[in-house]
Write a protein that binds this ligand. Structure first.
Ligand code: PDD
Length: 281
């Protein structure tokens, strides 16, 4: 696989970043994951926009323009012959060769930019889309700026492991009694034809897929309500689903052991997935 690191396209085993990079020492970095279907980038502009926002919120210097990032994405798709898959992009603050809590001077310390591809044949027709996934609920103990897409992913990783240990696919996080989001996706329920999802704030990541899916849902005359919901309400819902760049729209069929809609995907979530994929492809 050919990867990109700070201006160069290299074989993956030759790509290097300093051990003093604050991304490595302090999780001082932000990232984006963009999917590729049939060689085409999905929602690149949204991901680039959110990356800029994440960097601005953390006073990070942009390592490249959006046009340059688009070019790198395209080049990696080409070099690695990606048909279906993901492109991972990470910007870290770099380093001035020492460890210090205070940020180094951005004038003299360049951020690091790394991108790599993950080939995922059949990404859009994964069995989870047909069968749905099961989730458990866990307490959301992440930091308070979940709207910034940082590489500080230890708790979501632990959440995935808790889900695995419980024999299910993912976890929904709960704060003050209300669902925030999934470990790596936004969470929704459907009751009497109405889609309910938490509104955006610093409590959740502002999903690029979320934005597109809600727009398409409204265009298709589906009702959307942005408000908090509890696990109990979710367990009583007709349907539940998650969205993300890699999962698109994926039905959720069980929450903490309670089956949703009889334990099989309903009508709305699969329809929304179809609409989304048709629009984005
Ligand atoms: N995760 N919420 C969280 C906590 C996420 O990590 C993600 C994305 C989302 C969905 O955002 P989007 O629709 O823009 O992908 C919501 C990516 C896919 C990841 O970490 O791999």
């Amino acid at each position: 696989r050919t990867v990109y690191v700070n201006g160069e396209y290299l074989p993956e085993d030759q790509a290097k970043v300093s051990i003093f990079d604050r991304g490595f020492l302090m999780a001082d970095g932000v990232y984006e994951v963009t999917s590729v279907l049939d060689g085409k980038l999905i929602a690149f502009d949204g991901h680039a926009e959110r990356l800029t926002r994440s960097m601005n919120e953390l006073d990070m210097r942009a390592p490249a323009t959006t046009e340059e990032l688009l070019e790198i994405h395209r080049e990696l798709v080409r070099l690695n012959e990606i048909k279906d898959g993901l492109i991972y992009l990470q910007v870290t603050r770099g380093s001035d060769g020492d460890r210090d809590f205070a940020f180094p001077d951005p004038e003299t310390t360049a951020p690091s930019l790394v991108l790599f591809t993950q080939s995922k044949p059949g990404l859009a027709d994964n069995p989870a889309a047909r069968d749905g996934i099961r989730v458990i609920s866990i307490e959301d103990i992440r930091w308070g700026r979940r709207d910034i897409k940082t590489v500080q992913l230890l708790y979501p990783s632990m959440g995935k492991m808790m889900a695995k240990k419980a024999g299910v696919e993912d976890a929904w996080m709960v704060e003050d009694g209300f669902v925030t989001e999934g470990t790596s996706n936004n969470a929704y329920i459907v009751k009497d034809g109405k889609i309910v999802t938490r509104e955006t704030s610093s409590d959740i990541l502002h999903g690029i897929t979320r934005k597109a899916v809600l727009e398409l849902a409204r265009e298709a005359q589906m009702q959307v309500e942005e408000r908090n919901f509890t696990i109990e309400e979710a367990q009583q819902a007709d349907e539940a689903f998650v969205t993300s760049a890699s999962a698109f729209v994926t039905p959720v069929v069980e929450i903490d052991g309670a089956k949703i809609g009889g334990g099989a995907p309903g009508k709305l979530a699969p329809r929304l997935r179809e609409i989304y994929l048709e629009e984005m492809r």
